[in-house]
Design a protein around this ligand. Sequence first.
Ligand code: SF4
Length: 209
Amino acid sequence: MDRTDLLVYSARLPDCKVLGPYTRAVIWVSGCCFDCEGCIAQNFRHSEGITISTVEMKDWILSLKNIEGITISGGEPFLQAGPIAEMISLVKEKKDLGIIVYSGFTYEQLLEKAETEQDIRDLLGQADILIDGPYRRELDDNRPYVGSSNQIIRILTDRYKDCWKDYYLSKKGREIEVIISDGRTVMAGVPGREQQQFWEELNRKFSEE
Ligand code: SF4
């Protein structure tokens, strides 16, 4: 795959508190190669998305003064591993931010791909935490932060090693934020069933108006 300096995203948030420790920027990339039953990100899987250069995205991240890190979700981030890794490395030249990446691929699949694909190696190498594996509705156990019990929170570096346990144990359940960003309503976080119903009803209401 040729490296490009363009990435395609569906939504982004400048300050999120439910997708990792501290305050984080969140980027949901567009497009996904999976088709998980019950996927809550249908609009990110299929939307045409917004095309942006890695430099523009880096500038947006650096304009956010209060964030400790970036969470990248989707869609499937590893389908755009090259530009995302490039954007992160541009950011890190200026500011040391922590990186959390969600993926429908398992860590083992990514490691195998990384043997032959530089872009996958680069993005994996940038991640402090990887939450891996596809959403499996039948394994949805309502744990905070992950969608189903097959998904694993992989602590890949020391950055969040000490704070992660406290962060995770402080969660009483699943948390979401519903925010209007770039003129659209976005839900951040992994929703429980009731939160998901609330979100679906909200969307229905908006589409009727
Ligand atoms: S990997 Fe994520 S975005 Fe893709 S279909 Fe599964 S739940 Fe949806």
